[in-house]
Design a protein around this ligand. Structure first.
Ligand code: SF4
Length: 179
């Protein structure tokens, strides 16, 4: 067994304090980077980003992002529900790690929407209103479903109308629910 426990953190979007929409983050006691290629080889629809040590996947319609020492789960229903989902994800990690000798790791990056592609359509002012220090970081988080287009207020200014429409289309094509 690789992971025996975790600390669960429940977050609301930084731009919406007190919002009804919640995200969950499991802080892990061990680095799971070495498991990610095995998960990439077994999980249908997973998207692996080796350089970022991150893998995204959709579990029952909810976006999951595996990082080296944390797991993010999008749009949760309650703390109890999030705990149950995280327990299942930890079990998946441990089961995959235990079976690694019979599995084939997949190091290929299959990512339909890249952070750079998003960045190219952003205002590129690094204004920080989204809570990120750079537009590129925002693009990275957007691709991993940790940010939404509406978290970037300048994008809704008239001069960026075409960029916004293009990004909305990109996200739908990439299978992200909404923008
Ligand atoms: S709010 Fe938009 S323009 Fe400002 S840093 Fe974030 S992504 Fe860039």
């Amino acid at each position: 067994m690789l992971i025996e426990g975790y600390d669960l953190e429940i977050l609301t979007p930084p731009c919406e304090p007190g919002a009804e929409r919640y995200f969950a983050k499991a802080h892990l006691p061990e680095d799971i980077s070495e498991v990610l290629p095995y998960l990439n080889g077994t999980l249908s629809g997973a998207s692996f980003m080796p350089a970022a040590k991150a893998l995204t996947w959709e579990k029952d319609g909810h976006r999951v992002a595996f990082h080296a020492v944390e797991i993010d789960l999008g749009t949760i229903e309650s703390r109890e529900w999030a705990e149950q989902q995280m327990d299942e994800l930890i079990e998946l990690i441990n089961r995959t790690w235990d079976r690694r000798e019979e599995l084939t790791p997949d190091f290929e990056t299959i990512q339909r929407l890249t952070p750079m592609a998003v960045y190219q359509r952003l205002p590129k002012t690094n204004c920080g209103q989204c809570g990120e220090s750079t537009c590129f970081n925002f693009g990275l988080k957007l691709v991993m479903s940790q940010k939404e287009l509406k978290d970037c207020p300048p994008l809704f200014e008239p001069q960026y109308g075409e960029n916004l429409s293009a990004l909305e289309a990109d996200l739908i094509a990439a299978g992200h629910a909404g923008g």
